[in-house]
Ligand binder design. Sequence first.
Ligand SMILES: C[S@@+](CC[C@H](N)C(=O)[O-])C[C@H]1O[C@@H](n2cnc3c(N)ncnc32)[C@H](O)[C@@H]1O
Length: 241
Amino acid sequence: MTEPSTARMIDYWLGGGDHLPVDVAAAQAFESAYGPCADIFRSLRAFSGRAVRHLVAAGADRFLVFGAGIPTRGNVHENAPGARVLYTDIDPHIVAAGAALVADLPGVGYVRGDATDLAGVDAGARAWILDGGPVGVVFLGLAAFLDDATLTRALDALYDAVPPASCLAFDFDTTELEAYPQALAMMGPGFHMRSPVHFADLLGRWSTTQDGIVPVALWRPEGEPEQVPDAFWGGVAVKPA
Ligand SMILES: C[S@@+](CC[C@H](N)C(=O)[O-])C[C@H]1O[C@@H](n2cnc3c(N)ncnc32)[C@H](O)[C@@H]1O
C-alpha cells in the first residue's frame, strides 16, 4: 500500500499498532502544517466512547458503524460489551484489516459498506443488525468526506432503515482548519467543514438530544473536559419511538 489512510493515521495518533510507514509520514506532514494531533483524536475517541455508552443506556443493543476505520483503541464493541456490532468501511484495505481484528470476537463483524448506499451493504449483515430493536448508528469521522446533498440523503435513508427509538452518534469537522491553509490543502478538494447550524440542517428528521451539538470534549464530559482545539463538534440524535 503506497497511499496513506486517514483511518490508519488516526490509529497512529491513538498509539495503536495498525498503521504503515506511509501513514506515519502523512500524519507527521499534517502535524508539521497544523500542530500536534494525538490529543485531539484521543478526545474524539473518548467522545465516541461516551456516546456509545449513552446509546447502550438508551436501549441500543445492536450497532451499525459507518466509516469505521480500525476497530481498536476504545472503539464501539469495547464500549458496548455484549451488543451486536457491525463495522463497515468503504476502503477494502481497511475492511480486510478490520475484519481480521474482530474475527474472533463473538457478535462483532466487519464488512464493506458505503455509508451513502445502505442497500449495497451485504443483505445478511444488514438484517443481522436492522431486524430487531433500537439500533445505535455510529457516523463518526465520516461527514467531512461527503458533500451536503450526499450526507443529507445518507442520513435520511438511515432514518428510514432503523427501527423507532434508534439513535445516531455523529460528529463533523468545524471550519477551525481554515486557519491552517497548508494543512487544509492536504485534505484535498473533497473535504467538507461545517458550522454547527449548517450541520443541524443536514440532520433532517433526526432530532438531537437536549445536549445539542457541541464541541466533542464538552458532550457529557466525565470529569474535566480535554483542552483541545475546537476542531470537531458532535452529538447524538434520535428517531423517536
Ligand atoms: C477519518 S477515518 C474515521 C475512522 C473512525 N470512524 C474514527 O472516527 O476514528 C474515515 C473513514 O471513513 C471511510 N469512508 C470514507 N468515505 C466513506 C463512505 N462513503 N462510506 C463508508 N466509509 C467511508 C474511510 O475509508 C475511512 O476509513
